[in-house]
Structures are given as C-alpha cells and as structure tokens.
Design a protein around this ligand. Sequence first.
Ligand code: AMP
Ligand code: MN
Ligand code: MN
Length: 316
Amino acid sequence: MNQLETMLQDAKRVVLLGHVHPDGDCVGSCLAAFNYIRARYEDKQVDVCLEPASKKLAFLSGYDSIHHEIPEEKEYDLCICLDSSDKERLGEFGVLLDGAKQSICIDHHITNTRYAMENVVESSASSTCEVLFGQMDERWVDKSIAECIYTGIVHDTGVFKFSNTSAKTMMIAGKMMERGIDFGRIIDESFFQKNYLQTQILGRALLESITFLDKRCIFSVVSKKDMEFFGVENKDLDGIVDQLRVIEGVECAIFLYEIDNHVYKASLRSNTQVDVSKIASYFGGGGHVRAAGCTMSGSIHDVINNLSEHIEKQLA
Ligand code: AMP
Ligand code: MN
Ligand code: MN
C-alpha cells in the first residue's frame, strides 16, 4: 500500500489543503483527492479548505464544496497538504495542519521543506496532480477525478510544453482522456480563455515591459493603481509572465505586481539556463527550476536590481 492509502486507513475526518492564491494544479489536486476519497471511502468525512480560486475552475466536481473559512470543528485525523512547498504557503489554513493527528504532504516543488509527518515529493513530476495519481488506485479514478487531474497537469505544464513534461506525464494525461473527459474544452476554457479586462491588462503589461541584461531578461510591473484602473484582481494576472518568457532572445522573464505599498509578488520564468528556484529561495520564496516566485519589497528599481544581480551571476 502506498503512503496516501496507508494514512487514509485509520482516518475518519480528513482535511485537504493547498497553497495561497490557488492555481489549476492546486485546485485540481485538492478536488481530485476530495472526489477520490469520497468515492473510495464513503464513511470518511472530508473537507477542502482553500482561498477562493478562479471561476474558470468552477466546472471541476467539488468546486462548490470548497470551504474558504476555517471550519468550526477544527480537529482532523488527517491533514493532506497538496502543491505547497512549505507551511507558510498554506496561509491561514496552516492551523489545521498543526491541529491534525496525522499529516501527509504531496508535492512536486524542488524547494519543498518536508514539513508534514509523511512527505511524498517528486521534484521531477510535472505537477502535484501527477504525483497524486501515483498514490491512487487507478480503478477508482472516474471521469470527475480525471477532469481534476488533467486540469492540474495542463495548467502546470502550460499545456504539455514546459520542460517538466515527461513521457509519464503524457501517459497519465492519456489515461485521463480514456475516461471520456472533454480535453479540448478544458484546455480552452480553463487555460487559454481570458475575459476582456484580463486581455487589456495583459496588453498593458506587454506594452510597458522593459528589457535588461542585453535583452536577455525582461520585466513588467502592474501597480495597485493599474489594477484599480483596469478593475482587475491578482488572479487576473495569470499568464502574463509566460507571454514575456516566449519573446525571442529572452532567457529570463520577471513579472511583478504590487500587493501592498512597495511590496511586490514576483513571478520568475527561465528558458534554458537560469535556475529561478534558487533566486526565489534566496528571497524567501520557492518553486521550480524554470518557474518560481517570491515576495519582494522596496522600489521597483531596487527589486529589479536585486533580482538582476542574481540572474547575471548565473548567466556569466
Ligand atoms: P507563480 O510565479 O506564482 O506562477 O509561481 C511559480 C511557481 O513558484 C509555482 O510552482 C509556485 O508554487 C511557486 N511559488 C510562487 N511564489 C512562491 C512563494 N512565495 N514561495 C514558494 N513558492 C512559490
Ligand atoms: Mn501551484
Ligand atoms: Mn504545482
């Protein structure tokens, strides 16, 4: 029996947690686990607690059951943490991990700190959904679970094109397709589709982007004022950094948005050379070799200078 199944045996009350600003892999893995446990272990009580996620993921089964507040009965037999590299990434729901009798973390971040009692971390996996699938009995993976897993894989691989995509990733995606999911629709509507405002802010960010280090790096910033002006929230900015990364000649792309006065969320992406997880970790964040993030404070000038110094060292 694998780690997840073993942990589940004695647990009556189970809680599933993911990271703050939940993305497709986070919501996909949490809901895949939710639907799986409900189907396979009918007698267990299972809750999912996450910050509100994009409405584009609302088609996933269980989306409407997600708790956005800490439930009143806080004590769980088992806490399952998905797609979160460290305890802080669990945000306010981290208290549920503290209160749980047992815990297991299922993740794929190279910067994972092994903060749970049991840790299943595969840093070469495309996504947490891929790792989670390895912990499931395939016979119980029905269409609703397949939709969640496929969505997580699609989002974390940028539709099967990032370097984290392996033959195994494709094989699992193929197995999900065999369950009859509408894969084209999942890709278009949950990944590529943007509403009008999201498209406008993308345009603005691209228009105002600035290259540095001999055009091998590029950055763009969206301030709080810009966000107010365009009427967008943090989650409307997804995908901007990926557009910057695919510009010809660019090795490293940085996208910043202001979360507080002079405090920025930084998204870092690289193509072949720069290990951005190292840089993000240095500044207290984390992630993967080609995609990472952190929070930075200071003026834009300082933030870019600080990041640039580390990128330059790696490019040398
Ligand atoms: P993002 O740039 O937010 O799309 O994140 C890219 C990758 O880095 C994702 O796998 C995130 O989970 C991870 N990441 C982003 N921000 C942080 C952070 N502050 N701490 C740890 N990991 C992060
Ligand atoms: Mn994630
Ligand atoms: Mn992930």
